[in-house]
Design a binder for this molecule. Structure first.
Ligand SMILES: Cc1cc2nc3c(=O)[nH]c(=O)nc-3n(C[C@H](O)[C@H](O)[C@H](O)COP(=O)(O)OP(=O)(O)OC[C@H]3O[C@@H](n4cnc5c(N)ncnc54)[C@H](O)[C@@H]3O)c2cc1C
Length: 389
């Protein structure tokens, strides 16, 4: 069993780390205090993303991507997760389902998005449809060879910087016909309802959006009518793996800050790490990160060996659940080790504390992941998780 990273893996990890330290860390506090970054800063970061070859990590070279292995993608996300304010979102990719588009869709959306010339966001969630997407009310009604899309979508991440929205709707209101539509943000009938604020100070926005009889022709359907959920599932799996990796990165950054602080901070005449209560917090965090990282890299390796699609789904839920909950505990301890300083917004551990909370909610809550894991165990046996390849 050889667990070493290859030279190529190490190079990608080092490149991603250099990008994060040079291009993201310096802008974190400004993003936090000003609720975003100026256009010129974002433009400079965009150039740096291209120069570091970090965009479109999950697509093949022929689709305008970097052709990274799954493990390499996770290594990269681990580094991106060390940035606060979700500045990792400045590193873009085309949503995975776009690779299943027609030649025209690939030309018009997949390639330009991967190149950074266009940007898409993904809209599934609605006021009455969160964990249960069958409750979606957005409907695309067929009329004379066109579709009229109407509905309301919530939490549309990065909608402010996107020009295309992938909208999950039911054709003719039928939950058995979930379908993905590619919608131009400036199409007649598309509007922003609200720009709510969230616990984290995300570099972009999460809009609530309205679709009022937006006219779309067949060419705007991604895949087939009824295939929407299947395609969205692909996106979920991919996003869950990325989240898990970023959680490991965020936890490492917080633990490193706490470890360093515990050495330097002196109270009662000695460094606080000499108090076992503090040292045990650091020890617990180190062990939890080690466990999460072992799991993450194992899954990256398995994916590169061509793991069965159903097992990928099973694995993605397990690592998203474990890594996001682990990061919550590790970052909470880091805040505690830093005392009052850990509670200041100018401190990365405070920002990580708020940033990481959503990782137990989006792309399927922790409870939904547990339900998936429970279902996998019932169907395939406990060995899905307790066995070895
Ligand atoms: C910052 C942010 C960004 C987001 N970005 C996007 C985006 O870009 N596009 C998009 O479409 N959506 C996005 N979402 C939505 C996100 O995916 C949903 O919030 C998430 O799926 C949960 O849905 P909900 O909020 O409606 O909670 P609900 O589904 O109402 O859940 C509420 C509670 O009930 C629990 N629960 C629900 N069902 C079960 C069950 N079967 N078993 C046990 N417990 C259950 C949940 O775990 C949770 O604790 C975003 C959300 C946030 C907060």
């Amino acid at each position: 069993m050889d667990l070493r990273l290859s030279d190529a893996d190490n190079e990608i990890q080092a490149r991603a780390r250099a990008f994060v330290e040079t291009w993201l860390h310096p802008h974190e506090v400004a993003c936090e205090m000003n609720d975003g970054l100026p256009k010129q800063t974002l433009a400079a970061i965009k150039k740096a993303v291209l120069a570091h070859k970090l965009n479109s990590w999950n697509h093949s070279v022929e689709d305008g991507g970097q052709g990274y292995t799954h493990l390499q993608q996770l290594l990269m996300h681990e580094e991106l997760g060390k940035a606060t304010n979700c500045l990792w979102a400045t590193v873009w990719t085309a949503s995975l389902p776009l690779k299943y588009g027609t030649p025209e869709q690939r030309r018009d959306y997949l390639l330009p998005i991967n190149a950074g010339k266009r940007r898409a966001c993904y809209a599934i969630t609605e006021p009455d449809a969160g964990s249960d997407p069958r409750m979606v009310k957005a409907s695309a009604v067929r009329r004379k060879g066109k579709y009229l899309l109407s509905g309301e979508k919530w939490f549309v991440t990065s909608a402010d910087v996107a020009d295309i929205i992938l909208v999950h709707a039911h054709v003719d209101g039928d939950p058995d016909k979930p379908t993905l539509f590619i919608v131009d943000k400036d199409a007649p009938g598309v509007s922003v309802k609200r720009e709510p604020k969230f616990m984290h100070t995300y570099v972009y926005e999460h809009f609530e959006m309205l679709f009022d009889k937006v006219e779309l022709d067949e060419s705007r359907i991604l895949g087939k009518v009824g295939q929407g959920y299947e395609l969205t599932k692909d996106w979920f799996v991919d996003a869950r793996l990325d989240i898990a990796a970023r959680c490991v990165g965020g936890a490492i950054r917080a633990a490193e800050i706490a470890d360093d602080y515990a050495t330097k901070r002196v109270q009662f005449g000695r460094p606080i790490r000499d108090f076992q209560a503090v040292e045990f917090m650091i020890a617990d965090s180190a062990v939890e990160i080690m466990a999460a990282k072992s799991m993450l890299y194992r899954v990256g390796w398995e994916l590169d060996q061509g793991l069965d699609r159903k097992l990928i789904h099973a694995r993605a839920s397990a690592i998203k659940l474990f890594c996001s909950e682990m990061a919550g505990r590790v970052i909470d301890r880091a805040v505690q080790v830093l005392g009052g300083r850990g509670y200041m917004r100018e401190n990365p551990v405070e920002r990580l504390y708020r940033d990481i909370r959503v990782d137990r909610i989006w792309e399927g809550t922790s409870e939904v992941q547990r339900a998936i894991i429970g279902g996998q165990i019932r169907k395939r046996g406990l060995g899905v998780y307790t066995g070895w390849v």
